[in-house]
Design a protein around this ligand. Structure first.
Ligand SMILES: O=C(O)CCC(=O)C(=O)O
Ligand SMILES: [Fe+2]
Length: 447
């Protein structure tokens, strides 16, 4: 008979209990992860607009995936609305990595999300939540450094990021959405229907119906624009809806403050005094601050025209409040167009050509475009914080090698008004020739 010492017995019993615990845990984990779609792409990568139209708007929702139009109720006859709705809400709040819990909790949901990811992935070929989402909640607290670092990274690449908990009142954002939709319906819808792009597209569709081959329309955008800025004559505000002016002005003042806060962060991130970029853009006066309310109405042939053709923005820093349901904004990142996915109450930020110049190329303004859609009328409200037309823009001397401003290795020094004259003619072209045109005639440089 084998005799075991006391310590061996303790060791053996510990080993046995550990193995038992391990087997039980393995069983639990495998059981909870028994979702047959677990290997599919992460549902956080599904555009929120698709989730929203299927699961929140209800059974009758028709939605477009690639070329097809499908009715949600036929695709997903017996899913649990509440679980998905909760998921959408959590995503809207910018929380991520929640889908795993959801999948574990609810097999039906798991099935749905699995199907959906399969479907949307195979039919739209998009889709990564590739634009950084930055939570500003504790920017004035302990996490300041970490948040600033995220902003620095977002400015470097891809030059676009989204902010949540940015301090702009959600109720105000809801009101902006409402008054813009009303203003479009009251004042703009008819004129859009009579506009050049609509006529050009109708002509192309008619020509095609007669058997002709038609080209894409490359010199127009499928966009309705209403501009607001400080120099605005009071008469140019629409009288309806009544609270349009007041709402947009309140929105603009909150966006302006947020932009200046970001510019301070950006200056410090670049190693400059915190007021550097603000002062550079003010040019001894004040910056130009414009807001553009755009609609991209339903487009019968999104394959023939763009919402806005690819371009980089001329100015400094751009803050965008975009539709939380209808997608369309894409950014060129490493040669690939990626979606800036709608995220409710977020503010999208991107850097323009002037920040590229001031940062001496550290923050390159990113190419972006808008794709129109067949069914949605996308709203976007973009606010442009630009230099004054009288400001002289140049690379910050601290960021130029050898501190020689305007040498050939740095960005040129020029009047912003001059840049805008060139930009207005070359907006949809490469930006390097624009900077080139700002050099004095005897300075030639190849980019
Ligand atoms: O509509 C948008 O989301 C962006 C518009 C834009 O890129 C622009 O106006 O320059
Ligand atoms: Fe733009």
């Amino acid at each position: 008979m084998i005799r075991l010492s006391e310590s061996k017995i303790t060791f053996l019993s510990l080993t046995i209990s550990f193995s038992l615990w391990f087997v039980i845990m393995l069983f639990i984990i495998t059981k909870n992860n028994s979702c047959p779609y677990a290997a599919l792409p992460h549902p956080d990568n599904i555009p929120i607009s698709i989730l929203h139209s299927i699961f929140v708007k209800g059974e009758k929702t028709k939605f477009e995936l690639g070329e097809e139009e499908l009715e949600a109720s036929k695709l997903y006859p017996d899913y649990k609305y509440t679980a998905i709705e909760e998921y959408v809400n959590r995503r809207n709040e910018g929380l991520s990595n929640l889908s795993a819990d959801l999948i574990r909790d609810d097999h039906a949901t798991c099935l749905m999300v699995g199907h959906l990811s399969l479907y949307s992935f195979s039919s739209t070929k998009s889709i990564k939540m590739a634009i950084p989402v930055i939570d500003m909640k504790s920017i004035d607290g302990a996490d300041r450094e970490a948040i600033m670092a995220k902003i620095a990274k977002g400015c470097e690449t891809p030059g676009f990021f989204q902010l949540i908990n940015h301090g702009i009142d959600h109720g105000l954002l809801d009101r902006v959405k409402l008054v813009c939709a009303q203003q479009y319906n009251i004042n703009r819808e008819q004129s859009f229907k009579d506009s050049l792009p609509v006529r050009a597209l109708n002509k192309a569709i008619a020509a095609e119906a007669e058997g002709n081959k038609v080209d894409k329309i490359e010199n127009m955008d499928w966009e309705d624009v209403f501009q607001v800025h400080e120099m605005q004559d009071t008469n140019s505000w629409p009288s309806e809806p009544k609270d349009f002016k007041e709402t947009i002005e309140e929105f603009r003042s909150q966006i302006f403050a947020l932009t200046e806060k970001l510019l301070e962060i950006i200056s410090v991130n670049l190693g400059l005094e915190k007021g550097y970029v603000k002062e550079a853009f003010a040019g001894g006066d004040k910056p130009f601050f414009g807001t553009k309310v755009s609609h991209y109405p339903p487009c019968p042939r999104p394959d023939l025209i763009k919402g806005i053709r690819p371009h980089t923005d001329a100015g400094g820093l751009i803050l965008l409040y975009q539709d939380d349901e209808v997608p369309g904004l894409q950014v060129l990142d490493n040669g690939r167009w990626i979606d800036v996915q709608p995220l409710r109450y977020s503010i999208v930020v991107n850097t323009g050509d002037q920040l590229e110049a001031v940062s001496n190329g550290k923050y390159k303004s990113a190419w972006h475009r808008i794709l129109p859609t067949k069914n949605g009328n996308r709203l976007s409200v973009a606010s442009f914080y630009n230099p004054s037309y009288k400001a002289v823009v140049s690379a910050a001397p601290e960021l130029v090698n050898g501190n020689v401003a305007n040498d050939l290795s740095s960005y040129p020094k020029y009047l912003f008004g001059d840049y805008m004259r060139v930009y207005s003619e070359q907006k949809y072209e490469e930006k390097e020739p624009r900077f080139q045109a700002m050099r004095k005639p005897n300075e030639q440089v190849s980019y």
